[in-house]
Design a protein around this ligand. Structure first.
Ligand SMILES: C[S@@+](CC[C@H](N)C(=O)[O-])C[C@H]1O[C@@H](n2cnc3c(N)ncnc32)[C@H](O)[C@@H]1O
Length: 226
């Protein structure tokens, strides 16, 4: 696993390593992009800014996150996913970075320390893949954000991803016979529940599926892409 650039907040009263944070509770709960409103003291808060309550200051689009595989029981993301763009890193930039590495102008480590992975097709898909990686099998992720037709979705100049009731169809291989999942074959989720109000929020719960039944299909998809 490549190491992404990260910083742990060093508040006067609290200097905890990620290891300590993970060991503190039998049930590890991650509040992704918690801002200054962490769900509770029993959550590990991650955000790109060092707001009060943030335990891990890390840009969630800098992959991988400084959390081990299968280390988290539950993820909550409140009003964050609408900030994650559907597109990823411009392929021209990725090619340029490859060239800089190939010509020994920059070292791979310098790139990963600065920006994590440099070949990302879609930040939104990569982010959900990363949530899947850090969750234990069966672990749940709950998120809430503005429904795409609401004023809340349109008003914020930093919102880039519309969220609708069909968004998660692309992440669950068992929904609609895999019709939508087959397009990009991300890590497999189970859509557990969702509800939305046309002029308000959409709330979704998904859980991590075991990859085994889907592994071959994901592998062949990646081989075709490369
Ligand atoms: C609308 S606020 C929501 C904060 C909190 N979860 C809540 O419900 O009140 C969005 C949060 O996402 C954080 N954020 C945006 N992009 C991020 C990124 N790439 N990585 C980590 N945090 C990010 C912002 O710093 C901000 O705290």
């Amino acid at each position: 696993m490549a190491k992404a650039k990260t910083k742990i907040v060093k508040a006067k009263t609290k200097k905890k390593s990620i290891d300590q944070l993970l060991k503190e509770s039998a049930i590890v709960k991650l509040d992704l992009a918690c801002g200054a409103n962490k769900q509770g003291k029993d959550f590990i808060g991650m955000d790109m800014f060092p707001y009060p309550g943030v335990d891990i200051v890390h840009n969630a689009l800098n992959f991988p996150w400084p959390l081990p595989d299968k280390s988290v029981n539950m993820i909550v993301a409140s009003h964050f996913l609408e900030h994650v763009s559907a597109s990823g890193i411009d392929p021209h930039l990725s090619d340029l970075i490859d060239l800089l590495i190939k010509n020994k102008i920059l070292k791979e480590k310098e790139i990963t320390d600065l920006m994590g992975e440099h070949r990302i097709f879609s930040n939104f898909i990569r982010l959900l893949d990363e949530c899947w990686r850090v969750l234990k099998v069966g672990g749940q992720m709950a998120f809430v954000g503005p429904y795409y037709q609401s004023i809340g979705a349109a008003q914020d100049p930093t919102h880039v991803k519309p969220l609708c009731e069909a968004s998660m169809l692309y992440f669950d291989p068992e929904e609609c016979g895999g019709l939508f999942w087959n397009f990009y074959k991300p890590k497999p989720w189970k859509l557990e529940m969702q509800s939305f109000e046309g002029s308000g929020n959409i709330e979704v719960i998904i859980s991590k599926r075991d990859i085994k039944p889907y592994e071959e299909r994901i592998k062949s998809h990646l081989e075709v892409e490369n």
